[in-house]
Design a protein around this ligand. Structure first.
Ligand code: NDP
Length: 292
């Protein structure tokens, strides 16, 4: 028999989670601040709770998937968390994850923070590649592992409750830089000159091929030798940047998405690292460098 659980939040993601657990045979109690969104799930077999307190009281395993950490505080304020297993799938910062863990533990609950690496249509689809980073109580994770694996894959990344958010936000940050590059490329080709639909597969292929450079950078960061196995050295890359900037100018396109990164490359070059890779930029970004 499948264990029953509570889901707080019937937004786009909460709704997808509830449907996945229901489809797998788990009895689900759902609460949402705006009742209509929870009531829509009754047709799928969910039990709708009239308040968050009632929803929390219904089951030991409680999943929260709300807008942000402040909404988790607002929803759980005044509920009795004694003996509950609280799994927070709300996106937040590492510090918010740690503070929420202390907050929940002080109220008698075990706590696991989660960072969802998926969009709602990927939830409950075993082939989608969707997974969730988890950190915090290893005992909670081990006990509920099979249930947590129903909507998406699971990756436990440590007892530090901030680590799920740190993994999540680091990946989202990398994605942000990638999208910035994609938008610059689309601006550059001018849709009237080169069809974006023809260009998109080239972009996907090139970004896929180049993303492997992350392994090389990781290797260099581990060894502290940023010149190790260098293929395209920094001096050459900075010279290449000038071509990127002149092309943007020729095309009448702002280079504002590129120039902050290029400025860091030039700084590292000016510090005498022209024969290395760009990996040293990681040091330049460290605001704590030289302060301890
Ligand atoms: P939605 O905007 O669809 O839903 C937000 C939910 O939060 C609703 O249930 C809303 O209730 C509730 N809420 C907002 N403020 C409060 C409050 N003060 N008190 C109580 N409840 C509140 O967002 P999603 O479902 O898409 O996202 C939920 C979480 O999942 C977020 O942290 C998001 O970052 C994360 N996530 C979402 C992804 C996505 O692609 N959608 C991808 C990965 C993670 P109400 O209906 O009453 O407004």
């Amino acid at each position: 028999s499948r264990i029953p659980l509570t889901v707080l939040g019937a937004g786009a993601m909460g709704t997808a989670l509830v449907r996945a657990w229901l489809a797998a045979g788990h009895p689900v109690t759902v609460w949402n601040r705006t009742p209509a969104r929870a009531e829509a799930l009754a047709a799928d077999g969910a039990t709708v709770a009239a308040s968050a307190a009632e929803a929390v009281a219904a089951n030991r395993l409680v999943i929260a998937c709300l807008l942000d950490d402040a909404s988790v505080g607002a929803a759980l304020d005044g509920t009795d968390l004694t003996g509950r297993d609280l799994v927070n799938l709300t996106t937040g910062t590492p510090a918010e994850g740690r503070a929420r863990a202390d907050w929940a533990t002080a109220r008698g609950a075990r706590f696991l923070d989660g960072g969802i690496m998926a969009v709602p249509p990927m939830i409950g689809d075993a082939d989608s590649g969707a997974y969730v980073f988890y950190s915090g109580s290893a005992a909670l994770f081990e006990e509920h592992r099979d249930t947590l694996a129903v909507p998406a894959g699971t990756r436990f990344v440590g007892a530090d409750a901030g680590f799920a958010a740190l993994h999540d936000v680091a990946l989202l940050s990398a994605m942000t830089g990638m999208f910035a590059g994609v938008m610059h490329a689309f601006a550059l080709i001018r849709p009237e000159d080169i069809a974006p639909k023809d260009f998109a597969p080239l972009l996907v292929g090139w970004l896929g091929a180049m993303s492997g450079a992350a392994h090389q950078a990781a290797d260099q960061l581990a060894s502290g030798d940023y010149g190790k196995g260098v293929v395209s050295n920094l001096a050459m890359q900075v010279a290449g940047n000038a071509t990127l900037l002149r092309t943007a100018e020729e095309q009448g396109v702002s280079a504002e998405l590129l120039t902050p990164y290029m400025a860091l490359m030039e700084r590292w070059l000016a510090e005498g690292h022209g024969a290395e890779d760009t990996t040293g930029v990681v040091e330049l970004l460290d605001l704590r460098r030289g302060t301890d």
